[in-house]
Design a protein around this ligand. Structure first.
Ligand SMILES: *[C@@H]1O[C@H](CO)[C@@H](O)[C@H](O)[C@H]1NC(C)=O
Length: 448
């Protein structure tokens, strides 16, 4: 779209935004009144003597979009930056109050090896705030958050921003090693003669193509940044979701209500024609980013924040990736409960990452099986499965989408919000990850 045309449409968009904004305010006051009615059960706290209390101050995410849709022309750090800016706006945090930034990502963009730093600078954080990127498949932002917890508990930092971004609209397309070698040597040859002697027609054509793509991409990206600047003033927040991008995006777009009959007609997604996994029971390829502000309780209170939750015990587990690939939650759940001195019955809110419906079913089945507990986990009896009425009640990765490295922060923020709304005391996050790994964390409601 032309800039002039865009500017003309700004006033219209502004009107729409103002309407949406007042709607949000109304919705918020509604939800506040629900909060007040909810009564927290008074149970023991999980505070440990000699260990700092670490709190979740707040969390945000961008809308989760099907990859290849409205975010398709962004860069991953643009999306991450939008989440960080959303967090800054939501919390009113002074940008230089942050000691450290940790961000997760799984599929790395080829030119961005440390997306945390790129996004942090773009979002306007102080250039004196260090930032690093972590990766651990679908639990990458869990890893970012627990890194933050560790830095704070060890007394090294007071305020850390953690998050994750996944951008499946532009995955690096890999060539064979032979092709890569050819491209590189073509690039290194000094003279035209040397270049010509290196190549045949095909190689030159590929080099030209690569050059063309790089030039076009650079021009497009620069233009796009300009357009984005014009849009900066339009970014605003609504509920858990922040708005970003060239077009105004305020809603997830992957949610597909469907009847059982419609779902039964779907063709297998991976193994044709006999596979059983379809689009209805797999999480879809998603673009999205999330961010949370984690602080020591003292610092948060000193800065005048009302934290949402305490981040308590957490565990990482790993199993044989061949037979037990996505069973992380089955192993991690009893381990973290034991660490916290809690049982399954003490947990009011469960948020499990859903990679596939089949993966969740397999975990629930394993958790309900004495045989599995005895044979694989060295237990006397089964783990026990979470009751469904407490489980992923605000939607999960299957319906909302699963931007790999952004999901962990969504789970933790959702637990904190559900504890507030439902008046529960403890929540449990669990997630599986490629490579046979898994994670779980106990979250405690902050006294209202
Ligand atoms: C996936 O959903 C299809 C219907 O779309 C169903 O027939 C199939 O049994 C389900 N498979 C798994 C593994 O969840």
């Amino acid at each position: 779209m032309q800039i002039a045309e865009r500017l003309m449409s700004l006033s219209l968009i502004r009107t729409v935004l103002l309407t949406a904004f007042s709607f949000c305010l109304a919705a918020r006051s509604l939800s506040t009144s629900v909060h007040l009615q909810a009564q927290a059960k008074s149970k023991k706290t999980l505070a440990k003597s000699g260990v700092k209390n670490v709190v979740l101050v707040d969390g945000v995410r961008t809308p989760f979009l099907l990859s290849g849709t409205t975010y398709a022309d962004l860069m991953p750090h643009d999306l991450a930056r939008a989440a960080l800016q959303g967090l800054l706006k939501r919390t009113g945090l002074p940008k230089d109050a942050v000691d450290y930034i940790v961000y997760g990502t799984v599929i790395q963009e080829v030119k961005t090896s440390n997306v945390a730093r790129e996004a942090a600078l773009g979002a306007g954080f102080s250039d004196k705030t260090p930032a690093h990127t972590v990766t651990m498949a679908c639990i990458s932002s869990n890893q970012a958050m627990t890194t933050a917890v560790g830095l704070i508990a060890a007394g090294q930092c007071d305020a850390v921003v953690a998050g994750g971004v996944e951008f499946m609209s532009d995955v690096p397309i890999r060539h064979s090693r032979k092709m890569r070698k050819t491209m590189l040597s073509l690039n290194k040859a000094k003279t035209l003669g040397a270049r010509l002697s290196l190549q045949n027609c095909e190689k030159i054509a590929i080099a030209l193509l690569v050059f063309f793509i790089i030039v076009v991409e650079t021009i497009f990206h620069t233009l796009f940044l300009l357009i984005q600047l014009a849009d900066c003033c339009l970014n605003f927040k609504c509920g858990d979701v922040i708005v970003t991008g060239r077009d105004i995006v305020s809603k997830d777009n992957g949610i597909r209500p469907a009847t059982m009959e419609q779902m039964a007609k779907l063709k297998p997604a991976f193994i044709k024609p006999h596979g059983t996994v379809t689009a209805a029971n797999s999480s879809f390829l998603t673009d999205g980013a999330s961010a949370v502000l984690i602080m020591s309780e003292e610092k948060a209170l000193a800065m005048g924040y009302k934290p949402k939750a305490y981040l308590r015990d957490f565990v990482y587990v790993s199993q044989d990736p061949k037979d037990q690939l996505l069973l992380g939650p089955t192993y991690a759940t009893p381990k973290v409960l034991e660490k916290s001195g809690l049982t399954l019955n003490d947990i009011d809110v469960f948020e499990f990452h859903e990679a596939f419906a089949g993966q969740i079913m397999a975990n629930l089945k394993a958790m309900e099986s004495d045989w599995f507990g005895q044979t694989y986990m060295g237990r006397k009896t089964k783990v026990g499965a979470p009751p469904m009425e407490k489980f992923n009640t605000w939607g999960g990765s299957l319906s909302l989408g699963h931007p790999f490295a952004a999901t962990g922060c969504r789970l933790v923020t959702t637990v904190a919000h559900r504890l507030q709304k439902e008046g529960g005391q403890y929540g449990l996050v669990a997630a599986c990850a490629a490579g046979g790994q898994g994670h779980a964390m106990v979250i405690e409601a902050y006294p209202q």
